[in-house]
Design a protein around this ligand. Structure first.
Ligand SMILES: [Zn+2]
Length: 315
């Protein structure tokens, strides 16, 4: 009887400590736009944790200055370093330096049993940035993956208005929700959504762009509802981080890539409320890797830690 009780208590405490992470990157939404457009679902996440301005682009004028270009920003989020280290300077992703590991790779090395998932409107995120199954990433394996739909022109014929990207974002989130509801929900997942950037490029600062932001907010709400349900029913604790990869041009919001204040100024939303001073001052996209590792209790090898450009915003 006594032993049964102890076993029961130990089981409960193990369950209570089960940590999981969801990182969402929504493409190309400047800080001023996320403030201007009504985003009730992001607000709900922020009210559990926090919302703050952040930056991308490295140190302006310094060695780490990095183009405010999509894949450059994604890889700064994934590796906790700027482009002078991770070596992704554009969307061609010509020669990433895998010596700067992603948090997926650190997770795999430190805790091989953790399951990893990606749900993405761009296949290169898995094949090139995460470097799935490459010798340089120790043949990183993703346990759950839904991506590559942008290459399926039969089911997603490419239209000039990029409706097919909107449809793929929706499908990607529905696949993520399905997976996150299941018993085998990945311990660490990355959801990548593109439609906002397409509307920004096409229409700039416009109702079409703002509508795209609302659309993504709605999808993020579906993800967060699923996670809150799991927290309640399974006693898990989740880290949710939502961010973007760059702002947009001052002039009309169509372009990005430069070092203007609007292109560099982004934002981070999290559901965690144990936030330190970094969250309110100096927060950057490179802080996401150390935060994920802290939350997941993933040990960062000394040689990797010494090269990080970010620091945890979680206490
Ligand atoms: Zn982008």
């Amino acid at each position: 009887m006594k032993y049964t009780l102890i076993f029961f208590l130990v089981s409960i405490s193990v369950l209570a400590q089960k940590h999981k992470t969801l990182v969402v990157l929504v493409d190309g939404i400047p800080f001023d736009v996320i403030e201007k457009v009504s985003t009730p679902n992001l607000d709900a996440i922020a009210s559990d944790g926090g919302f703050a301005a952040a930056y991308v682009g490295g140190e302006k004028g310094g060695v780490s200055e990095s183009p405010t270009i999509s894949a450059v920003g994604y890889n700064s989020m994934l590796t906790g370093t700027w482009a002078n280290k991770h070596n992704v300077w554009g969307n061609g992703i010509k020669a990433p330096n895998y010596a700067y590991p992603t948090f997926f790779q650190l997770a795999r090395a430190a805790k091989p049993a953790l399951t990893l998932g990606i749900f993405s409107t761009w296949e290169d995120n898995r094949t090139k940035l995460l470097g799935e199954n490459k010798a340089e990433t120790n043949h990183l394996h993703l346990d759950v993956k839904f991506d590559g739909y942008e290459k399926d022109t039969v089911n997603f014929p490419h239209d000039a208005n990029r409706e097919y990207i909107k449809n793929i974002d929706e499908l990607v989130v529905s696949k993520a929700v399905e997976s996150l509801k299941g018993k085998e929900a990945p311990d660490i997942s990355w959801v990548y959504l593109e439609y906002t950037d397409d509307m920004g490029h096409k229409f700039g600062d416009s109702p079409q762009f703002y509508d795209a932001v609302s659309f993504e907010d709605h999808l993020i709400g579906n993800l967060y509802e699923t996670i809150r349900e799991r927290e309640k029913s399974l006693g898990e604790e989740w880290l949710v981080v939502v961010t973007t990869d760059h702002g947009r041009s001052e002039k009309d919001g169509k372009g990005h890539g430069g070092q203007s204040a609007r292109e560099r100024k982004t934002w981070i939303v999290t559901n965690q409320n144990g936030l330190n001073t970094r969250f309110k001052s100096g927060l950057a996209v490179v802080d996401i890797l150390p935060s994920v590792c802290r939350f997941m209790d993933i040990e960062i090898p000394q040689e990797v830690a010494g090269n990080l450009d970010g620091q945890s915003f979680l206490k």
